[in-house]
Every structure is written in structure tokens, then in C-alpha cells.
Write a protein that binds this ligand. Structure first.
Ligand code: PRP
Ligand code: URA
Length: 210
């Protein structure tokens, strides 16, 4: 199992305190969520491959460094995953972004798949899978099922997530032990409506205002 939680520094906890607060207005929610998402995506890039590369600097010295290798893409689970696309584009220039539209049924919390559109050569790429909330795990499990159906190797998927909980992590990693999970924080549990506790409510509603 490969689950990485961001270090809970005071600065990070202060950002989470703002986005969790029911009184926080939408513009501040977006600003602080975007800051955390940026940290998560930067963390996720640490799991992408590199190789050694030596260059010469303007001081005529040699520098033994690294270069990025391997093709990557991002796939967002619509709607909330789309909020993570800007950070991915800011960090990975010209990255291709696929979409998987999955919505939880409001009564059963079971995921329903409506649509997907992915890069044709996705099987050759590392995939940053984007969804801010991992609750029961149903949506993320379905998304990986689609990626694997397109030939993506489980070990090349990095799931980037803002808030998770033990139930979702158990379900997801039980099914896909080789997928790396980068989560901002692992919360306590789920309530009877399958919302994360303490959580932040409905991410999509708060970020998009709909
Ligand atoms: C939310 C969230 C995840 C899912 C997590 O999406 O963005 O996709 O719920 O819950 P799960 O782990 O129990 O599947 P939702 O279906 O509410 O749609 P939205 O992104 O449009 O808000
Ligand atoms: N989706 C959300 O937006 N929040 C939760 O707590 C669970 C699923």
C-alpha cells in the first residue's frame, strides 16, 4: 500500500481550517483550496521518473543533474476533479487532460459513470488521477477500472486527493495496491450520508458555487 499524507505543518493546518469552516466565503475557499492543491500536485511529481543528465553551466562547470522522462497525462474525475486541473497545467506545461464524468447517486452514494474521454495513447503514460474527495472510494475505484481497461498499468497511476478517510483508503488500496495515493489529510470517518467527517461538506458546491 502506497499512501502519502502531506506533512501537517501549522501553515497547512491553517489552510485546512479555512476551507473546512462553514463560514468561509467562496473566493477564500477557492484561494486556499488552490494553494493546497498546488502542494499536492508538486508532491505527486516526486513519483514521476527521471534519469541522470549532466549539463554545463555558464561558469563552465559541469553539473550532474536529472531530467524528466516518460510521458504523463492528467485525468480529472468531473466535476470536482476539474478544480485541480489549473495546478496541474501550471506545473506540467502542455499536459494532456482526460476527463471521466462520475457522479455519486445522492441517495445510495454509489458512483454512476456517464462519460469519459482520454488520450489515445494513455496506456504509455503515467497518469495523475485528480479528485479532491475520497469518501467511500467508489468513484476513484470506478475511475481506475476505466484507466486499467484502457491498458494503463496500475503502478503508473498517481491518485491526487485533498481529503481522504480510512474507509475510502481501505476500499481503494484494497482494490489497487500499486496505485500511489497522495492525500492532503486523512480525516476521521464518514457520516451516515457518506460525507467525510470533519471534512468540508460538498467540495464541488463550495468551489464552483453550484
Ligand atoms: C464527490 C467527489 C468524489 C466523490 C467521492 O463527487 O468529488 O468524486 O464524491 O465520494 P466517493 O469516494 O464516496 O465516491 P460527486 O459525485 O459528489 O460530484 P461532484 O464532483 O460534482 O460534486
Ligand atoms: N464528496 C464531497 O464533496 N464531500 C464529501 O464529504 C464526500 C463526497
Amino acid at each position: 500500500m502506497a499512501v502519502y499524507e502531506l506533512e501537517q505543518t501549522d501553515q497547512l493546518v491553517a489552510l485546512y481550517t479555512i476551507i473546512r469552516d462553514e463560514k468561509t466565503k467562496r473566493d477564500e475557499f477557492i484561494f486556499c483550496a488552490d494553494r493546497i492543491i498546488r502542494l499536492l500536485v508538486e508532491k505527486a511529481t516526486e513519483f514521476l521518473p527521471t534519469r541522470e543528465k549532466t549539463i554545463r553551466t555558464p561558469t563552465e562547470s559541469e553539473y550532474a543533474g536529472k531530467e524528466f522522462v516518460g510521458k504523463i497525462c492528467a485525468v480529472s474525475i468531473v466535476r470536482s476533479g476539474e478544480a485541480m486541473e489549473k495546478a496541474v497545467r501550471d506545473i506540467c506545461q502542455k499536459i494532456r487532460i482526460g476527463k471521466i464524468l462520475i457522479q455519486r447517486d445522492e441517495n445510495t452514494a454509489k458512483p454512476i459513470l456517464f462519460y469519459h474521454k482520454l488520450p489515445e495513447d494513455i496506456a504509455e503514460r503515467y497518469v495523475l488521477l485528480l479528485d479532491p474527495m475520497l469518501a467511500t472510494g467508489g468513484s476513484a475505484v470506478k475511475a481506475v477500472e476505466i484507466l486499467k481497461g484502457k491498458g494503463v498499468n496500475e503502478s503508473k497511476i498517481i491518485f491526487v486527493n485533498l481529503i481522504s478517510c480510512p474507509e475510502g483508503i481501505k476500499e481503494f488500496t484494497g482494490k489497487y495496491p500499486e496505485v500511489k495515493v497522495i492525500t492532503g489529510v486523512i480525516d476521521k470517518s464518514l457520516n451516515e450520508k457518506a460525507y467525510i467527517l470533519p471534512g468540508l461538506g460538498d467540495f464541488g458546491d463550495r468551489y464552483f458555487g453550484t
